[in-house]
Design a protein around this ligand. Structure first.
Ligand code: C2E
Ligand code: CA
Ligand code: CA
Ligand code: CA
Length: 279
């Protein structure tokens, strides 16, 4: 089947049909994912320069009887488009908070505990109240101060003043910090970003990947690290897979590292084992 018709109009082909169908299938089954208890969280360690585990990022997992394991890159966008992300995000927050407390009680102390927040979730009118309620239910002041919410550059498409106010209130009243995820992949201007009350930048895996591969890769990463330094932001490198990448990042002053080089995201119990074996 030809992808393009005579007049340059895209024709519907089997491939597109299959994609639409799987998108619809994901959407249909995603509605039952929470009631059927199919959503869980994995935890990926973040290590400091000395190789100590200082933080963790919670990552959503969906295991469905029909579809098998569905990647977040597939179901999170569907959850965003359908609005399901509001319920799903709330569930993820609560599960993550419970894990943070459980680990604390088991003697596993971390400096920070990061959770991804989608824009549609963040800008929902009920988000702040939800966070407040869940935090009050599960976490004392000491544990609250470990929370980091990872947001993305798409936030700049929103009412920036409202976004800033919400961030400031969550920081002032609950001690929650904010990290700019996937930094460098969006289209936001630097001046916009500097207005946000951020604590941390995460260098996107796409940049870390280029280290040792492309000519301009290292220069770009060095520039981002420099900028974080000027803006007094903590920086986390994500997607660190090789000793060469780690070495480059260390020589350029990066302080926190996350990636397969150390560990893939792990189920809760395996994270505990990993922590005990290293710290
Ligand atoms: P992200 O926030 O940028 O998360 C990092 C992704 O990189 C994760 O993919 C992680 O498994 C993967 N990763 C970590 N280290 C390495 C590495 O060394 N090499 C490679 N190749 N990959 C690595 P994952 O878990 O599939 O998540 C994909 C995206 O889905 C996340 O990207 C995030 O945008 C979104 N996501 C995941 N969980 C949640 C969630 O609970 N809420 C929201 N809103 N979004 C989520
Ligand atoms: Ca993230
Ligand atoms: Ca990221
Ligand atoms: Ca990324």
């Amino acid at each position: 089947v030809k992808a393009q018709g005579r007049d340059g109009v895209f024709m519907f082909n089997e491939d597109m049909a299959a994609r639409v169908e799987s998108r619809l299938e994901i959407e249909r089954l995603l509605h039952f994912a929470l009631p059927n208890d199919e959503i869980s969280l994995d935890y990926q360690p973040q290590l400091d320069r000395a190789g100590r585990i200082v933080g963790v990022e919670a990552l959503a997992r969906w295991n469905n009887a029909t579809l098998g394991a569905v990647a977040p890159a597939q179901f999170i966008p569907v959850a965003e488009q359908t609005g399901l992300i509001v319920e799903l995000g709330k569930y993820i927050l609560e599960r993550a908070f419970m894990t943070l407390r459980e680990w604390h009680e088991a003697g596993i102390e971390l400096e920070q505990f990061s959770i991804n927040i989608s824009m549609r979730q963040f800008t929902h009118h009920d988000f702040e109240a939800q966070v407040r309620e869940l935090v009050q239910r599960h976490l004392d002041a000491q544990l609250r101060s470990k929370l980091v919410f990872e947001i993305t550059e798409s936030i700049v498409a929103e009412d920036i003043n409202r976004v800033i106010e919400i961030m400031q209130r969550l920081t002032a009243t609950l001690g929650i910090r904010f990290s700019m995820d996937d930094f460098g992949t969006g289209y936001s201007s630097l001046s916009y970003l500097t207005r946000l009350p951020l604590d941390e930048l995460k260098i996107d895996r796409a940049f870390v990947c280029t280290l040792g591969r492309q000519e301009e890769g290292p220069a770009m990463v060095a520039t981002i690290l420099n900028m974080a330094d000027v803006l007094k932001l903590k920086i986390v490198a994500e997607g660190v897979e090789t000793a060469q990448q780690l070495d480059f990042l260390m020589r350029h002053g990066c302080t926190v590292f996350q990636g397969y080089y150390y560990s893939a995201p792990l189920p809760k119990d395996r994270f505990v084992e990993f922590f005990r074996s290293r710290n």
